[in-house]
Write a protein that binds this ligand. Sequence first.
Ligand code: NAX
Length: 334
Amino acid sequence: PPQPVTVTITGAGGQIGYALLFRIAAGAMLGDRPVRLRLLEVPQGMKAAEGAALELQDCALHLLRSVDITDDARSGFEGANIAMLVGARPRTAGMERADLLSANAGIFGPQGAALNAVAAPDIRVVVVGNPANTNALIAAASAPDIPGERFAALTRLDHDRAVGQLAQAAGASPTDVRGVTIWGNHSATQFPDVDHALIAGRPARDVLSERLGGPGAALAWLDDEFVPRVAKRGAEIIAVRGSSSAASAANAAISHVRDSVLGTGDESVSAAVLSHGEYGVAEGIYSSFPVTSDGTGYRIVEGLSLDDRARARIDASASEIVAERDAVRALGLL
Ligand code: NAX
């Protein structure tokens, strides 16, 4: 029988945590493999996590082997095979960028060090908590014995948002859409790119051109509606729903881990992974790229052609990540 997989979720008492736990325990992330859940919270979040654990018991799920709750990072990450770092310090009114970066460095630095000390040798980490790309960099930098390629920041929600928008515009099903890429930072500067995307096997640009009345109209729709709508979808959800994306974020985090562990086949998805200089993105930062996995982890898809429009947008978003890294360095946090 397959060995249980230990999955540690930080911020498990929050709203994304609540949308994550039940689906992981029901097998949505790892297929038929049994799971041990570790919920890592801060003291104020322990009760909410305990409540979720009671409800997990009430689901009587056959794959769920155990649920442990702790506010100590070392016990939380002990033997973890997968870590989903959701808990973070949100920006509150009057908070400067430097305060936000240092509050989060104070979370992701120690968590990286704890992962380094006690996680399983095959640990894979996905950072959901914002600023996700920089938090991933800080966690990875604090875990010198874990290869940097095992860390990623979540841009799968942006990817899935782009697929959803494109499918709707084309009158197609999301399953007909392939080859979309999110480039850069998980922020409003990200570049949702459809230049290599296919809709039901045909270039997305051709399909949009037909439906919208020519290549000029297709490009205008991409630049004026699609890109900003995807990049600012988080704000749209807050405005309509009254709180930030939770179920869709949890769904994306599950898809991110599932595709990393079970493999993507030849289909590319998006994740913010360690740059080695691919596509001219600064080496050493975590930036979103097209990626595939054979089950052993994400690898960047290389060799895609980029036109000037794509080049400029990717450069702009990658520069923002470099600026965040430099700010963290200047504060002595990296
Ligand atoms: P909530 O405020 O509902 O939950 C956060 C939880 O984290 C709380 O229970 C809190 O006690 C806990 N926490 C705080 N510091 C912790 C620490 N040091 N260790 C362990 N737990 C800690 O926020 P939620 O809506 O669940 O969002 C969580 C994070 O996801 C936020 O940073 C948010 O900005 C980010 N998001 C990232 C997305 C992405 O695509 N990368 C999209 C959704 C979401 O906005």
